[in-house]
Write a protein that binds this ligand. Structure first.
Ligand SMILES: [Zn+2]
Length: 469
């Protein structure tokens, strides 16, 4: 809708931060620049060895492995505990060279901290990149008194995370769409509103309708027996707290278990009928209805994921944007995106769509709503020299919002466009540059031009039709 979704995706790809669902900590990876920066901030005179660990397979055939290292251009190893450097060539002279796998590292480069020249920094950056490439993302800086580890992989808590791109947040794209519901946000499952159609009843009174048959009531009895001290069987469903409601669905004799039993018996026709009766579209539990893969929801800006933003009324989204605090880096890269978003949000507010959420699909919009959204798009694109024809765009608007709509229409005109509006609304007519009044009555009883001119000129004319163009 109005490219807002595209801009939000872009914003999240650029400024979003990924948080591990395990520890809740932010997932970060060290870039070459981060390591270079670290090195330039070390006290001058500090000795630095840039090293990477030996791979496990080095042990199997040491000579073969060392030969291979030489081929690749590595010439030295470094003993991290005893702080000495060995030439690989010297090791190869030995009859049967051995490697202290725990302490021996491949030396990529060594340097002493100082005010580096630009070309020296390039060399350092190259060395670090080489280290990351060779190890699949790990390098160590030995600083004599301590060792610093840098990791170039986007991972935390044993999970390898995806690095956000705009498509990562798109439900229309196979990469971003939630795999459970294929981007629909809903799955076919047991619909709670069919299982418990009347929430004013208690379990005892038969709120769970699938347990009301003669045979199936055994489940109700079993559930009540299982939870006799934990579950209030006389309390209406509406008044259950979350734990009690969860118990009803998830305990050993709960509703979920019941439908699992049904699913196991689908070869019998009565169970197939039963399952069909309670199946409906239910929110996807993987994405919670957000339609995108659940790891995309681990990416947040100011503690909010993109699914929550798409679910917010434009009004709330506007507040969120206003309260957005980004650091300088994010602010710089997101600046243009934020401007585009703000303009569009403002226009949506101007045309009275403050209640709309961005994930409303186009086919659920009324004619007036979708016309006004088109306006937002047009104004965002700054197109000129075009003719726009709108059919009653004010439908469903309050008088206050009609005024804002008029402002938007005028802005469109002032951009160098022609705007033709079919309207009954006198507020809009009053603001028109030129009015053509078609009548005298609606549809086949009309069709004649009754009056034409500015609002003032028309006022002098007594004949005013029901439908005005
Ligand atoms: Zn889903």
């Amino acid at each position: 809708m109005t490219e807002m979704n595209d801009y939000l995706r872009l914003l999240f790809a650029k400024a979003g931060r990924t948080f591990s669902p395990i520890s809740g900590k932010e997932v970060k990876k060290d870039e070459v620049n981060d390591v270079v920066k670290f090195i330039t901030q070390l006290p001058k005179g500090k000795k630095i060895h840039i090293v990477i660990p030996l791979p496990k397979e080095a042990e199997k055939n040491v000579k073969y492995y060392l030969d291979d290292l030489l081929q690749k251009g590595f010439t030295r190893l470094y003993h991290i505990a005893e702080k000495y450097v060995i030439q690989i060539e010297d090791l190869l002279m030995e009859e049967e060279p051995t490697l202290d796998m725990k302490n021996m590292y491949i030396l990529i480069d060594r340097l002493v901290a100082k005010d580096f020249e630009d070309d020296e920094l390039h060399r350092v950056a190259d060395s670090i990149q080489t280290g990351f490439d060779e190890t699949n993302g790990d390098i160590y800086l030995d600083l004599e008194d301590r060792t610093e580890h840098f990791c170039n992989r986007f991972e935390l808590d044993g999970i390898r995370f995806e690095e956000p791109t705009p498509n990562f947040f798109s439900s229309n794209n196979p990469y971003g769409a939630c795999p459970e519901c294929e981007g629909f946000g809903q799955v076919l499952g047991i619909d709670p509103s069919l299982v418990i159609p009347n929430k004013n009843l208690s379990v005892h009174e038969g709120a769970v309708v699938c347990w009301n048959g003669e045979k199936m009531s055994e489940w109700k009895t079993a559930f009540i027996y299982e939870n006799k001290n934990k579950f209030p069987i006389h309390k209406p469903i509406r008044q259950l707290n979350k734990e009690e409601y969860d118990l009803l669905w998830n305990s050993a004799h709960g509703i979920d278990a019941f439908f699992n039993m049904v699913a196991d018996n689908l070869y019998k026709i009565q169970y197939r009928v039963m399952q069909a009766r309670y199946r409906g579209k239910t929110p996807c539990t993987s994405c919670g209805g957000a339609r995108i893969r659940k790891d995309a929801l681990w990416v947040k800006i100011n503690d909010t994921h993109i699914g929550e933003l798409l679910d917010m009324p434009v009004e709330k989204l506007n507040e969120w944007m206003k309260s957005l605090t980004l650091n300088d880096h994010d602010q710089t890269i997101a600046k243009r995106i934020l401007v585009e978003l703000e303009t569009r949000i403002q226009t949506l507010l101007d045309v009275g769509l403050n209640y709309l959420t961005l994930n409303r699909t186009a086919n659920t919009l009324s004619g007036g709503e979708s016309q006004r959204i088109q306006l937002t798009r047009v104004i965002g694109s700054n197109l000129t020299d075009s003719l726009y024809i709108l059919d009653e765009p004010s439908i469903g608007l309050h008088a206050r919002d009609t005024n804002r709509l008029i402002k938007v229409l005028k802005r469109l005109r002032d951009l160098g466009n022609t705007v033709v509006v079919v309207e009954h609304d006198d507020q809009i007519m009053r603001e028109a540059d030129y009015i053509i009044d078609v009548g005298p009555f609606a549809s086949h009883l009309g069709g004649e031009i009754i009056a034409a001119g500015t609002y003032k000129e028309i006022l002098k004319n007594k004949k005013v039709s029901r439908r005005n163009t």
